[in-house]
Design a protein around this ligand. Structure first.
Ligand SMILES: Cc1ncc(C[n+]2csc(CCOP(=O)(O)OP(=O)(O)O)c2C)c(N)n1
Ligand code: SF4
Length: 290
């Protein structure tokens, strides 16, 4: 990063208090998001963050971009709407694993298919954090919670689902590796099309299994693996399903293709809000239907 940056981390530092538990993985993610926005030299007003409900969904409150906070599991429809009417905006949606893959699962699948030019950051702490630790779609098999005393008995592989949906950019980062995570977020924003960046996020209060140490013993970087081709969909399936003793991080799959905005013809166009309606033609329209 250059020493002469116009935008610095101070531009993204708000005065507000933070309600996350001390030691939560979300602090690292917040830092990486801000670092990525500085790296991209985006001013806060050029960015919109959209989120639903949850601990992860609070992240936009703790930085300084425009924000839209909506319903649990519903950040993507609002994010797509905002991007469609304002192609110049950098739109980043934020979710927890429950928000994204549980309540918002249907939106997740269809958004990957449509390929709008937005970035989706999913904080995967493998539990519902805000509502005190129930099992989520990504909870490890057999993991016990108060609601699952016999252990969770289903576990989704969201990145494999993303490869199946031909998501045009899929990456995984770790809240304990800020440099790599910031670079992945910046790459996701630069990618023209829907970019999913899943982030392994320890929840120190309700997930005593998947801790920082647990991840540190398992994560390895795909960029260190010679010959891994991010355009190879079959190889990406393999990496997306890898979980346990070894967990890959980095860019898993990349397939640039037509974006939703290009398909609609809104890409690169002046935002609707700046367009002046032609009053005479509206009057003509009324006349026509009189
Ligand atoms: C429609 C609806 N269903 C359920 C809830 C209750 N609720 C709020 S946050 C949450 C779970 C959040 O978990 P996750 O998305 O994984 O985010 P985290 O808090 O772990 O970051 C639930 C079930 C709600 N607010 N709205
Ligand atoms: S409950 Fe978990 S996810 Fe929520 S702030 Fe605390 S540590 Fe973070």
């Amino acid at each position: 990063m250059s020493d002469k940056l116009k935008i610095t981390l101070d531009d993204y530092t708000p005065a507000s208090d933070n309600a996350w538990c001390p030691g939560c993985g979300n602090f690292g993610i917040l830092r990486a998001v801000n670092q990525a926005l500085v790296e991209l030299q985006l001013e806060p007003w050029q960015v919109l963050m959209v989120s639903g409900i949850g601990q992860a969904a609070k992240l936009p409150h703790y930085t300084r971009t425009n924000i839209f906070n909506g319903l649990h599991g519903r950040p993507l429809p609002a994010a797509i709407g905002a991007k469609t009417v304002n192609a110049g905006l950098t739109v980043i949606a934020e979710s927890g694993d429950g928000d994204a893959y549980g309540e918002g699962g249907n939106h997740f699948i269809h958004t990957m298919n449509r390929n709008p030019d937005i970035t989706y950051l999913v904080h995967n702490n493998q539990v519902y954090g805000l509502t005190k630790g129930q099992a989520s779609p990504t909870t490890d098999l057999g993991f016990t919670t108060k609601m699952n005393p016999d252990g969770a008995w289903t576990a989704l592989h969201p990145l494999a689902l993303a490869v199946a949906a031909d998501c045009s950019f899929i990456a995984r980062g770790f809240a304990g590796d800020l440099e790599q995570l910031a670079a992945l977020i910046a790459a996701g924003v630069r990618h023209p099309g829907f970019a999913l960046v899943e982030i392994l996020q320890p929840c120190v209060s309700f997930n005593k299994k998947n801790t920082f140490q647990w991840y540190q013993e398992r994560v390895y970087k795909l960029e260190d693996e010679s010959g891994y081709d991010t355009a190879d969909r079959t190889a990406a399936f393999g990496k997306a399903l890898e979980w346990g003793d070894k967990i890959p991080t980095g860019v898993i799959y990349r397939h640039p293709r037509e974006t939703f905005d290009e398909y609609l013809g809104t890409a690169g166009k002046e935002p609707l809000v700046l367009r002046r309606p032609d009053i005479r033609s509206v009057a003509d329209l009324f006349e026509e239907f009189r």
